[in-house]
Design a protein. Structure first.
Length: 513
């Protein structure tokens, strides 16, 4: 006997409908899965057999064929367990003589434990969003209930295979999925900008970074406040709108981190350690998962001790810094994950940290300094908009320096600049000044008389590349927006040039331009 069920699968962060057909024929007992299944789907057999038996049903000792269609999409994951088990029950007549009507109209997702309990799975939110316009119902594991509720799709939750079987035969009801209270995640932004004394140049650069979504690198000795500033940076950014929140939540769902079951409302702040593998940073693996760059989508990726990251990891940042996405290749197909993050990188000027320090000696050889700096030179540095050097704060000055501006005051200025950009890019390609390219860049960054001579000097005397000049234009635009100025002025360009100082020197020194 043949049964047909509906389920879903993922490609990247997009959901697709899949039909699961189960055919039971007379013959020697066998179990075959066709339709491009991965290893986890093939292993479903053992879980399905145990779950069916431990739910109080007989498992048919016949020839069972499972077909997952369409065949050209690779089927990965353990969530096919539930539809396959239900298909076996329906095809062997355990759900009544005629398959229940709800079987055809409902989408089933869930991994089975050996005792028949339903386990939560990754990627429920993006899978359900594929049903958005259909008006269909889905049944998900109880552990995914809150996440499923975020989708806005009509969903029911079940704790076991038996509960779903009883619902299909009309013997019991299933609970609708309910949203969870949206409480903020633990470990949200630590501290306020006012706690960081001094470093006005770095604070100004971070304000510009937040206003135009510009990447930034902070270079300075240990104790200058690089990490303190970076960890407080998230407080300068506005909260995400619904579309951004949904995009980011989808990535957390696919990665399996969305199981807490709520919409990720606050911008992510990811701080992976420099020992991270390039696959964990960028994404990938045998069954691809988004990496840290995608988990930071719409938020901040803070890479402390930047040159200590492996060279493949640093080089792999080139694609997301250029295209705002990463492509993960695997056998038969490749998937793309969004990765529009704001990079905040921090590094010492040399391995010991004291090169150019006014009172402490650097213990590094020139070769050590060269090797350390070479890891982030060229193409990567070129892709970072703002480059800032922090000077050490002398203890004698420390007491005298007043507390800085609170984060909320800076964030209010940032918000005004963001609103100007929202109006500017309405319906356009870019969302912020940092994403301007081609025609948008020329249209919004026209230079006034006098300002182009600043750029000419920067290019001819300081040796800036064409890519650097584009960065200077975008930063100038953000500085003008912070001031509420319609046109870029000469002083905006002069300030912007100061944030490209690493371009012209192979070894940074303190305070020198
Ligand atoms: Zn040193």
């Amino acid at each position: 006997m043949l049964s047909k069920l509906r389920t879903l699968c993922l490609k990247g962060i997009d959901g697709f409908q899949v039909n699961a057909e189960v055919y039971i024929a007379a013959g020697l007992p066998a179990y075959v899965v066709v339709g491009l299944p991965d290893a986890a789907v093939k292993e479903a057999k053992d879980r399905v057999v145990a779950a069916v038996r431990n739910s109080g049903f007989d498992f048919p000792s016949k020839r069972i064929t499972v077909n997952l269609a369409p065949a050209e999409i690779k089927k990965a994951g353990t969530h096919f367990d539930l539809p396959i088990a239900l298909g076996v029950l329906a095809a062997s007549g355990k759900l009544g003589k005629k398959p229940p009507a709800a079987l055809e109209d409902t989408f089933f997702i869930g991994e089975l434990a050996l005792d028949g309990a339903l386990r939560p799975v990754a990627g429920v939110l993006p899978m359900l969003l594929a049903l958005k316009e259909l008006g269909k119902t889905a049944v998900v594991p109880a552990g995914n209930s809150a996440e499923a509720a975020v989708s806005g799709i009509k969903c029911l939750s079940a704790a076991s295979l038996k509960e779903v079987a009883d619902w299909l035969t009309g013997a019991a009801e299933l609970k609708p999925c309910a949203a969870q209270e949206n409480k903020p995640a633990a470990g949200a932004p630590a501290g306020d900008f006012s706690e960081v004394k001094g470093q006005p140049f770095a604070k100004r650069a971070l304000e510009i970074a937040a206003a135009g979504f510009h990447n930034i690198i902070l270079v300075g000795p240990p104790g200058a406040g690089k990490s303190m500033l970076a960890r407080r940076f998230g407080a300068l950014l506005p909260s995400m709108n619904f579309d951004e929140a949904l995009e980011t939540t989808k990535l957390y769902s696919v990665s399996g981190l969305g199981l807490a079951g709520r919409l990720v409302r606050e911008r992510p702040f990811r701080e992976p350690h420099h020992t991270i593998s390039d696959a964990a940073l960028i994404g990938g693996g045998a069954s691809p998962r988004p990496g840290e760059v995608s988990l930071a989508h719409n938020g901040v990726l803070f890479l402390d001790e930047f040159p200590e990251f492996s060279r493949p990891a640093i080089e792999a940042l080139r694609e997301p810094l250029e295209a705002w996405k990463v492509t993960v290749s695997r056998v038969k197909e490749s998937v793309a994950y969004p990765a529009r993050f704001l990079l905040v990188a921090a590094m010492n000027p040399c391995p010991c940290g004291y090169l150019g320090h006014p009172t402490r000696d650097c213990a590094c050889t020139p070769l050590q300094v060269h090797k350390y700096r070479a890891k982030v030179s060229g193409p990567i540095l070129d892709r970072i908009d703002l480059q800032v050097q922090l000077s050490p704060v002398k203890y004698a000055d420390w007491e005298a320096i007043p507390r800085g501006e609170p984060s909320a005051v800076i964030a209010a200025r940032v918000m005004k600049a963001i609103e100007i950009q929202r109006a500017r890019f309405k319906g356009g390609h870019a969302r912020a000044n940092a994403f301007m390219a081609g025609a948008e860049l020329r249209r919004h960054c026209a230079l006034p008389e006098g300002a182009s001579s600043v750029l000419e000097t920067a290019m001819n005397k300081l040796g800036f590349s064409a890519r650097s000049l584009d960065k200077i234009l975008k930063i100038s635009r953000t500085i003008a927006d912070l001031e509420g100025a319609a046109a870029i002025k000469r002083e905006h360009v002069i300030e912007a040039v100061q944030y490209r100082m690493l371009d012209k020197s192979s070894v940074p020194t303190f305070g020198g331009i």
